[in-house]
Ligand binder design. Structure first.
Ligand code: BES
Ligand code: ZN
Ligand code: MG
Length: 518
């Protein structure tokens, strides 16, 4: 009899792996369902554990067995940590309990986010991944008091780009556990699937995700979620007709044809209501051109279309959510390559608004393609223009992956973007648009503007923003430099390593808020 031992560790289940078994009745299960349940860090006054509502209900259904197992299996669960139990419940052979941190966690002014929601995303993602590693195909998730955040944690946490590998991770179907708010859960699924669409496009190799493939992917996804959409995949001849010479100058260094993607979502009851215009930098590969980048780490430049990916994914999501507003999405898509036709340092091009630009560094190509796209954005009588771009390495130097930098001429836009980001946890931080920087890009030997700042290294993200401002006359414009948040190592716990798809959810939440602000 094994009675004296309350825990048994079975080693060698697979190489370098072991599983902890807690003894209970012997169940025979044919179904293979997992359950993720949350537990708070703070113990109750009487010293007992504090489960979530769903956790409490579950524990009662197994006569307090889970509570007992938790307390005999180790110390109180810290936030983001998990413990796995087998055989506690007939319907759920595997139950993961995850630590949610303090019950009191909420919006934190220092962190500029909602810590409670972030804790839920992180904890749920840990639990779901643990069950995915056990190859469990069906998982029910505790809403943890916020079904939207729980759904986001599950769907974001499980994403892995293994489309091009023969060995793939188990596909896990996640469901809401219990009878909590299904609508909020569904909303969370859509937000997270939106971000995963951006991750798919950003992580995908540049020989797969070409400008044409990018545009067709968005067209397919958009048309599958709503019939209130139009998609135009504009070819090179259209770009020429629209005198987007700065954009064309970048694309001509590559054999891959450029595309100007224009999408519209008409969610407002009034078709003519001024739209929110979103513009995204879509460089599907940035070699630097003649100002060639160093080869180490250059593969990451397949994600230099992160601006286009996040704004288009946000529009797909807004359409799936049926948000009551009109949105236009614009993405200049091309490669930045160094062939015999490529831009040369010192070349001068004329943008759509007539301004001439001296190209002293061909690696500062994002601002060239955005210059033309921003000019074009004004033709939609926009309520606001928001652009996103992996624009400068300097942005990464300034803020790293903590937040996207926002350069804006509008306090109204800033407030909406900032408030949206507090909710999503995908943060933004305001950066300056001083004349000080404008002077550094408007001094050029040959042209009206220079595509690099006079003191090239200093304030690189700010001079890039000042350059873009030269193509904007709209009173409500914001530029998001997302170079720093482009990829994730381990900073965001609920995203695996790889391209992040940030800040898709913040853009969706922003659009949702704008649709309520009349
Ligand atoms: N795509 C890069 C910026 C970038 C760097 C994005 C790292 C993500 C991670 C952009 O096109 C670029 O090369 N910018 C130059 C501008 C410079 C030449 C003025 C840069 O940041 O070095
Ligand atoms: Zn670039
Ligand atoms: Mg570049």
């Amino acid at each position: 009899m094994l009675r004296p031992f309350r825990k048994i560790i079975l080693t060698g289940v697979s190489k370098n792996n072991c599983r902890l078994f807690s003894l209970s009745q012997n169940y025979w299960n044919t179904n293979n369902k997992g359950l993720v349940l949350g537990v708070y860090e703070k113990e109750k006054e009487d010293g007992s554990l504090q489960f979530t509502e769903a956790g409490e209900t579950f524990d009662r259904s197994v006569s307090g067995k889970l509570r007992e197992l938790l307390s005999i299996s180790g110390p109180a669960l810290k936030k983001g940590k998990s413990r796995l139990f087998y055989g506690v419940h007939k319907e759920f052979p595997s139950v993961v309990v995850v630590g949610l941190g303090k019950t009191s966690a909420g919006v934190c002014n220092q962190e500029n986010w909602d810590t409670g929601r972030e804790n839920i995303r992180a904890a749920v993602s840990v639990g779901c991944r643990q069950l995915q590693d056990l190859e469990i195909p069906e998982v029910e998730v505790d809403p943890c008091g916020d079904p939207q955040s729980a759904a986001e944690g599950a769907v974001l946490g499980l994403f892995e780009y293994d489309e091009l590998k023969q060995k793939k991770k188990t596909v896990v179907k996640t469901q809401l556990h219990g009878s909590a708010d299904r609508e909020a859960w569904g909303k969370g699924l859509l937000y997270a699937e939106g971000q995963n669409l951006a991750r798919h496009l950003m992580e995908g190799p540049a020989n797969y995700i070409t400008p044409t493939c990018f545009a067709e992917t968005i067209q397919k996804r958009l048309q599958s979620v709503s019939d209130k959409v139009t998609v135009h995949i504009r070819p090179k001849s259209w770009i020429e007709d629209h005198q987007m010479s700065a954009f064309l100058s970048v694309s001509k260094g590559s054999d891959e044809p450029p595309v100007f993607l224009e999408i519209q979502y008409n969610g407002s009851a009034h078709a003519s209501l001024p739209p929110l215009v979103l513009v995204g930098k879509g460089v599907t590969f940035d070699s630097g051109g003649i100002s060639l980048k160093p080869s180490s780490g250059m593969d990451a430049m397949r994600a230099d279309m992160g601006g286009a990916a996040t704004v288009c994914a946000a529009i797909v999501t807004a359409a799936a959510l049926k948000l009551p507003l009109n949105i236009v999405g614009l993405a200049p898509l091309c490669e930045n390559m160094p062939n015999g036709c490529a831009n040369k340092p010192g070349d001068v091009v004329r943008a759509k608004n007539g301004k001439t630009i001296q190209i002293d560094n061909t690696d500062a190509e994002g601002r060239l393609i955005l210059a033309d796209a921003l000019c074009y954005a004004h033709s939609f009588n926009p309520k606001a223009i928001v652009n996103a771009a992996t624009l400068t390495g300097a942005m990464d130097v300034a803020l790293g992956s903590a937040a996207a930098g926002v350069f804006t001429n509008s306090d109204w836009l800033w407030n909406h973007l900032n408030q949206a980001s507090v909710v999503t946890g995908d943060r933004v931080w305001r950066m300056p648009l001083y004349q000080h920087y404008t002077r550094q890009v408007t001094e050029s030997q040959l042209a009206d503007l220079n595509n690099v700042g006079k003191y090239s290294r200093s304030g690189g993200a700010c001079t890039a923003a000042a350059f873009l401002k030269e193509f904007v006359t709209a009173p409500h414009w914001a530029h998001l430099d997302i170079a720093g948040v482009m990829s994730n190592k381990d900073e965001v716990p609920y995203l695996r390593k790889g391209m992040s798809g940030r800040p898709t959810r913040t853009l969706v939440e922003f659009a949702a808020r704008l649709s309520k602000d009349v």
